[in-house]
Write a protein that binds this ligand. Structure first.
Ligand code: ADP
Ligand code: ADP
Length: 235
Protein backbone atom coordinates (compact mmCIF):
# COMPACT_ATOMS: atom_id res chain seq x y z
CA UNK A 1 0.00 0.00 0.00
CA UNK A 2 1.11 3.52 -0.83
CA UNK A 3 0.63 6.00 2.01
CA UNK A 4 1.19 9.74 1.94
CA UNK A 5 1.16 11.45 5.30
CA UNK A 6 1.09 15.26 5.43
CA UNK A 7 3.41 15.57 2.45
CA UNK A 8 4.74 19.03 1.67
CA UNK A 9 7.05 20.24 -1.07
CA UNK A 10 8.52 23.72 -1.02
CA UNK A 11 10.66 24.74 -3.98
CA UNK A 12 13.26 27.40 -3.24
CA UNK A 13 13.18 29.87 -6.08
CA UNK A 14 15.29 32.88 -6.84
CA UNK A 15 18.85 33.57 -5.76
CA UNK A 16 20.11 33.83 -2.18
CA UNK A 17 17.15 31.98 -0.69
CA UNK A 18 14.87 34.73 -1.95
CA UNK A 19 11.51 33.20 -2.82
CA UNK A 20 9.78 29.90 -2.38
CA UNK A 21 6.80 28.08 -3.88
CA UNK A 22 4.75 25.63 -1.89
CA UNK A 23 3.92 23.18 -4.69
CA UNK A 24 2.34 20.63 -2.32
CA UNK A 25 1.06 21.55 1.14
CA UNK A 26 0.13 18.81 3.61
CA UNK A 27 -1.28 16.10 1.35
CA UNK A 28 -2.39 12.79 2.86
CA UNK A 29 -3.96 9.83 1.05
CA UNK A 30 -3.55 6.13 0.48
CA UNK A 31 -3.73 3.84 -2.51
CA UNK A 32 -4.63 0.31 -1.43
CA UNK A 33 -3.59 -2.93 -3.14
CA UNK A 34 -5.14 -3.18 -6.59
CA UNK A 35 -6.93 0.12 -6.19
CA UNK A 36 -7.33 2.57 -9.07
CA UNK A 37 -7.30 6.17 -7.86
CA UNK A 38 -7.33 9.27 -9.98
CA UNK A 39 -5.52 12.42 -8.94
CA UNK A 40 -7.07 15.37 -10.70
CA UNK A 41 -6.11 19.02 -10.72
CA UNK A 42 -5.54 22.03 -12.91
CA UNK A 43 -2.14 22.85 -14.31
CA UNK A 44 0.13 24.03 -11.50
CA UNK A 45 -1.85 22.29 -8.74
CA UNK A 46 1.12 20.09 -7.79
CA UNK A 47 0.25 16.81 -9.53
CA UNK A 48 3.60 16.17 -11.20
CA UNK A 49 5.50 17.16 -8.09
CA UNK A 50 3.47 14.58 -6.14
CA UNK A 51 4.02 11.96 -8.85
CA UNK A 52 7.77 12.52 -8.80
CA UNK A 53 7.92 12.39 -5.00
CA UNK A 54 5.92 9.15 -5.00
CA UNK A 55 8.46 7.68 -7.43
CA UNK A 56 11.35 8.82 -5.23
CA UNK A 57 12.61 11.17 -7.93
CA UNK A 58 12.15 14.37 -5.89
CA UNK A 59 12.64 14.54 -2.12
CA UNK A 60 9.76 15.63 0.13
CA UNK A 61 10.29 18.79 2.19
CA UNK A 62 8.30 17.35 5.10
CA UNK A 63 5.86 14.55 5.77
CA UNK A 64 6.32 10.99 4.59
CA UNK A 65 5.62 8.70 1.66
CA UNK A 66 5.78 4.99 2.35
CA UNK A 67 5.26 1.83 0.33
CA UNK A 68 4.21 -1.09 2.54
CA UNK A 69 5.60 0.76 5.54
CA UNK A 70 9.02 1.70 4.12
CA UNK A 71 9.94 5.23 3.04
CA UNK A 72 10.10 5.36 -0.76
CA UNK A 73 13.49 5.85 -2.40
CA UNK A 74 14.89 5.49 -5.92
CA UNK A 75 16.03 1.90 -5.52
CA UNK A 76 15.70 -1.34 -7.44
CA UNK A 77 13.68 -2.93 -4.67
CA UNK A 78 11.06 -0.18 -4.99
CA UNK A 79 11.01 0.05 -8.80
CA UNK A 80 10.38 -3.68 -8.97
CA UNK A 81 6.94 -2.98 -7.49
CA UNK A 82 6.13 0.60 -8.44
CA UNK A 83 6.77 2.14 -11.85
CA UNK A 84 6.01 5.47 -13.43
CA UNK A 85 4.95 6.32 -16.98
CA UNK A 86 4.96 9.98 -17.99
CA UNK A 87 3.43 12.39 -20.46
CA UNK A 88 6.04 12.41 -23.23
CA UNK A 89 7.07 8.87 -24.23
CA UNK A 90 9.69 10.15 -26.71
CA UNK A 91 11.68 11.80 -23.91
CA UNK A 92 12.12 8.40 -22.22
CA UNK A 93 13.87 6.88 -25.24
CA UNK A 94 17.31 7.77 -26.51
CA UNK A 95 16.71 8.38 -30.24
CA UNK A 96 20.03 6.80 -31.26
CA UNK A 97 19.12 3.41 -29.78
CA UNK A 98 16.45 0.98 -30.88
CA UNK A 99 13.35 1.04 -28.71
CA UNK A 100 13.83 -2.51 -27.41
CA UNK A 101 16.91 -1.30 -25.53
CA UNK A 102 14.50 -0.42 -22.68
CA UNK A 103 13.99 -4.17 -22.20
CA UNK A 104 17.70 -4.94 -22.31
CA UNK A 105 18.33 -2.40 -19.56
CA UNK A 106 15.65 -3.97 -17.36
CA UNK A 107 17.28 -7.36 -17.91
CA UNK A 108 20.74 -6.07 -16.98
CA UNK A 109 19.54 -4.35 -13.82
CA UNK A 110 16.93 -6.79 -12.53
CA UNK A 111 17.26 -10.16 -14.23
CA UNK A 112 20.89 -10.81 -15.18
CA UNK A 113 20.47 -14.51 -14.35
CA UNK A 114 17.56 -15.17 -16.73
CA UNK A 115 18.73 -17.09 -19.84
CA UNK A 116 18.35 -15.15 -23.13
CA UNK A 117 15.74 -17.49 -24.62
CA UNK A 118 13.56 -17.26 -21.54
CA UNK A 119 14.00 -13.47 -21.48
CA UNK A 120 12.92 -13.20 -25.13
CA UNK A 121 9.81 -15.17 -24.22
CA UNK A 122 9.03 -12.85 -21.28
CA UNK A 123 9.43 -9.77 -23.50
CA UNK A 124 7.12 -11.33 -26.08
CA UNK A 125 4.52 -12.07 -23.38
CA UNK A 126 4.64 -8.55 -21.97
CA UNK A 127 4.26 -7.06 -25.46
CA UNK A 128 1.26 -9.35 -25.98
CA UNK A 129 -0.15 -7.99 -22.68
CA UNK A 130 -0.20 -4.50 -24.16
CA UNK A 131 -1.32 -5.80 -27.55
CA UNK A 132 1.85 -4.89 -29.42
CA UNK A 133 3.11 -7.15 -32.18
CA UNK A 134 6.81 -7.85 -31.45
CA UNK A 135 7.60 -8.00 -35.17
CA UNK A 136 6.35 -4.42 -35.58
CA UNK A 137 8.20 -3.07 -32.53
CA UNK A 138 11.49 -4.85 -31.88
CA UNK A 139 14.31 -3.48 -33.98
CA UNK A 140 12.65 -0.10 -34.57
CA UNK A 141 13.98 3.27 -33.54
CA UNK A 142 11.67 5.32 -31.31
CA UNK A 143 10.89 7.84 -34.06
CA UNK A 144 9.62 4.96 -36.22
CA UNK A 145 6.92 4.25 -33.64
CA UNK A 146 3.85 6.25 -32.63
CA UNK A 147 3.37 7.91 -29.24
CA UNK A 148 0.70 5.34 -28.40
CA UNK A 149 3.01 2.43 -29.29
CA UNK A 150 5.78 3.92 -27.15
CA UNK A 151 3.45 4.40 -24.17
CA UNK A 152 2.32 0.79 -24.48
CA UNK A 153 5.98 -0.26 -24.74
CA UNK A 154 6.72 1.56 -21.48
CA UNK A 155 3.75 -0.13 -19.83
CA UNK A 156 5.05 -3.49 -21.14
CA UNK A 157 8.45 -2.70 -19.59
CA UNK A 158 6.76 -2.03 -16.26
CA UNK A 159 4.82 -5.31 -16.51
CA UNK A 160 8.07 -7.29 -16.87
CA UNK A 161 8.79 -6.26 -13.29
CA UNK A 162 5.55 -7.67 -11.87
CA UNK A 163 4.63 -4.26 -10.50
CA UNK A 164 1.86 -3.70 -7.99
CA UNK A 165 1.28 0.01 -8.71
CA UNK A 166 1.57 2.05 -11.88
CA UNK A 167 1.91 5.81 -11.47
CA UNK A 168 0.56 7.20 -14.74
CA UNK A 169 1.23 10.93 -15.04
CA UNK A 170 -0.72 12.48 -17.96
CA UNK A 171 0.12 9.42 -20.05
CA UNK A 172 -2.56 10.05 -22.65
CA UNK A 173 -2.33 13.82 -23.01
CA UNK A 174 0.00 13.66 -26.02
CA UNK A 175 -1.98 10.93 -27.77
CA UNK A 176 -4.72 11.35 -30.36
CA UNK A 177 -8.27 10.47 -29.34
CA UNK A 178 -8.40 6.89 -30.63
CA UNK A 179 -4.97 5.95 -29.24
CA UNK A 180 -6.01 7.50 -25.95
CA UNK A 181 -9.00 5.17 -25.79
CA UNK A 182 -6.71 2.20 -26.56
CA UNK A 183 -4.40 3.08 -23.68
CA UNK A 184 -7.31 3.64 -21.28
CA UNK A 185 -8.83 0.30 -22.28
CA UNK A 186 -5.48 -1.32 -21.61
CA UNK A 187 -5.34 0.22 -18.12
CA UNK A 188 -8.90 -1.01 -17.48
CA UNK A 189 -7.82 -4.53 -18.47
CA UNK A 190 -4.75 -4.39 -16.21
CA UNK A 191 -6.95 -3.14 -13.39
CA UNK A 192 -9.11 -6.23 -13.92
CA UNK A 193 -6.00 -8.32 -13.32
CA UNK A 194 -5.31 -6.59 -9.99
CA UNK A 195 -2.84 -3.86 -10.91
CA UNK A 196 -3.13 -0.71 -8.79
CA UNK A 197 -3.02 2.57 -10.70
CA UNK A 198 -2.56 6.18 -9.62
CA UNK A 199 -3.93 7.99 -12.64
CA UNK A 200 -2.76 11.61 -12.67
CA UNK A 201 -4.52 13.96 -15.08
CA UNK A 202 -5.91 17.45 -15.58
CA UNK A 203 -8.77 15.93 -17.58
CA UNK A 204 -11.87 15.21 -15.48
CA UNK A 205 -13.45 12.92 -18.04
CA UNK A 206 -10.36 10.69 -18.28
CA UNK A 207 -9.96 10.41 -14.53
CA UNK A 208 -13.49 9.24 -13.96
CA UNK A 209 -13.31 6.56 -16.62
CA UNK A 210 -11.14 4.22 -14.58
CA UNK A 211 -11.07 5.15 -10.94
CA UNK A 212 -13.28 4.05 -8.10
CA UNK A 213 -11.80 6.84 -6.00
CA UNK A 214 -10.85 10.39 -6.97
CA UNK A 215 -8.67 12.98 -5.28
CA UNK A 216 -8.99 16.58 -6.41
CA UNK A 217 -5.91 18.69 -5.90
CA UNK A 218 -6.19 22.47 -5.74
CA UNK A 219 -3.16 24.72 -5.21
CA UNK A 220 -1.17 21.90 -3.66
CA UNK A 221 -3.83 20.70 -1.22
CA UNK A 222 -6.56 18.08 -1.33
CA UNK A 223 -9.77 19.94 -2.14
CA UNK A 224 -11.95 16.84 -2.38
CA UNK A 225 -11.52 13.12 -2.02
CA UNK A 226 -13.97 10.24 -2.18
CA UNK A 227 -15.72 7.72 -4.38
CA UNK A 228 -15.52 9.08 -7.93
CA UNK A 229 -19.30 9.46 -8.36
CA UNK A 230 -19.75 11.51 -5.16
CA UNK A 231 -16.79 13.79 -5.93
CA UNK A 232 -18.43 14.71 -9.23
CA UNK A 233 -22.03 15.02 -8.12
CA UNK A 234 -21.34 16.86 -4.86
CA UNK A 235 -23.23 16.42 -1.56
P1 ADP B 1 1.00 20.24 -12.14
O1 ADP B 1 1.67 18.95 -12.44
O2 ADP B 1 -0.32 20.06 -11.45
O3 ADP B 1 0.91 21.14 -13.33
P2 ADP B 1 3.48 20.94 -10.79
O4 ADP B 1 3.76 19.93 -9.75
O5 ADP B 1 4.21 20.85 -12.08
O6 ADP B 1 1.90 21.01 -11.04
O7 ADP B 1 3.76 22.41 -10.21
C1 ADP B 1 3.22 22.86 -8.96
C2 ADP B 1 3.83 24.21 -8.63
O8 ADP B 1 5.22 24.05 -8.34
C3 ADP B 1 3.74 25.23 -9.73
O9 ADP B 1 3.55 26.50 -9.14
C4 ADP B 1 5.08 25.15 -10.40
O10 ADP B 1 5.43 26.36 -11.01
C5 ADP B 1 6.00 24.83 -9.22
N1 ADP B 1 7.18 24.03 -9.61
C6 ADP B 1 7.16 22.79 -10.19
N2 ADP B 1 8.43 22.33 -10.37
C7 ADP B 1 9.26 23.29 -9.89
C8 ADP B 1 10.67 23.41 -9.78
N3 ADP B 1 11.49 22.43 -10.19
N4 ADP B 1 11.17 24.54 -9.23
C9 ADP B 1 10.36 25.52 -8.80
N5 ADP B 1 9.01 25.47 -8.86
C10 ADP B 1 8.45 24.38 -9.41
P1 ADP C 1 19.18 -0.87 -4.53
O1 ADP C 1 19.69 0.13 -3.53
O2 ADP C 1 17.83 -1.47 -4.18
O3 ADP C 1 20.18 -1.90 -4.98
P2 ADP C 1 19.86 1.02 -6.57
O4 ADP C 1 19.48 2.40 -6.14
O5 ADP C 1 21.25 0.56 -6.44
O6 ADP C 1 18.87 -0.01 -5.85
O7 ADP C 1 19.45 0.78 -8.08
C1 ADP C 1 18.69 1.65 -8.80
C2 ADP C 1 18.60 1.01 -10.15
O8 ADP C 1 17.26 1.11 -10.58
C3 ADP C 1 19.47 1.69 -11.17
O9 ADP C 1 20.45 0.81 -11.62
C4 ADP C 1 18.55 2.07 -12.31
O10 ADP C 1 18.97 1.56 -13.55
C5 ADP C 1 17.24 1.42 -11.94
N1 ADP C 1 16.14 2.35 -12.19
C6 ADP C 1 16.08 3.66 -11.93
N2 ADP C 1 14.93 4.18 -12.33
C7 ADP C 1 14.21 3.16 -12.84
C8 ADP C 1 12.92 3.03 -13.40
N3 ADP C 1 12.08 4.05 -13.51
N4 ADP C 1 12.53 1.82 -13.81
C9 ADP C 1 13.32 0.77 -13.68
N5 ADP C 1 14.55 0.83 -13.17
C10 ADP C 1 14.99 1.99 -12.74
Amino acid sequence: MLKLDNVTKVYRTGAFGGGSTTAVGGVSFEVGPGEVVSLIGESGSGKSTLGRMILGLTPVTSGSITWNGTAVRPAKSYYREVQGVFQDPFSTFNPVFKADRVFRMIKEVYFPEVPPAEWAERVRASLADVRLNPAQILGKFPHQLSGGQLQRLLIARALLLDIKLLVADEITSMLDASTRIDVLNLLAELKGRGLGVLYITHDLSLGTYLAERTIVLRRGTVAEMGPTETVFTGP
